[in-house]
Design a protein. Structure first.
Length: 83
């Protein structure tokens, strides 16, 4: 699953983004969507989540790969699968 880095702003004037400028949240790195994905992973996998970053292809443009550094969450090895 790809979770875009977006702060939810719908308007930017200069360096001020709205509604972030009045709420103070979310910061770009901790968008509501990213926080919800982490919450769901914790709910399903518990606290046995490993976090790492790596370069991955996230798309292509005219046949050229777009590579970005992404955060990868995995379930810790040795945990039984609930399904």
């Amino acid at each position: 699953m790809l979770v875009p880095k977006h702060d939810g702003s719908i308007l930017t004037v200069g360096r001020q983004a709205w509604p972030k400028s009045i709420t103070g949240q979310p910061v770009r790195r901790d968008s509501n969507l990213a926080a919800e994905v982490r919450r769901l992973l914790t709910e399903v996998w518990g606290d046995d989540i490993e976090e790492d970053s790596e370069d991955r292809e996230v798309g292509t443009v005219d046949g050229t790969s777009i590579i970005r550094q992404v955060t990868v969450y995995t379930r810790a090895i040795g945990q039984p699968d609930d399904e």
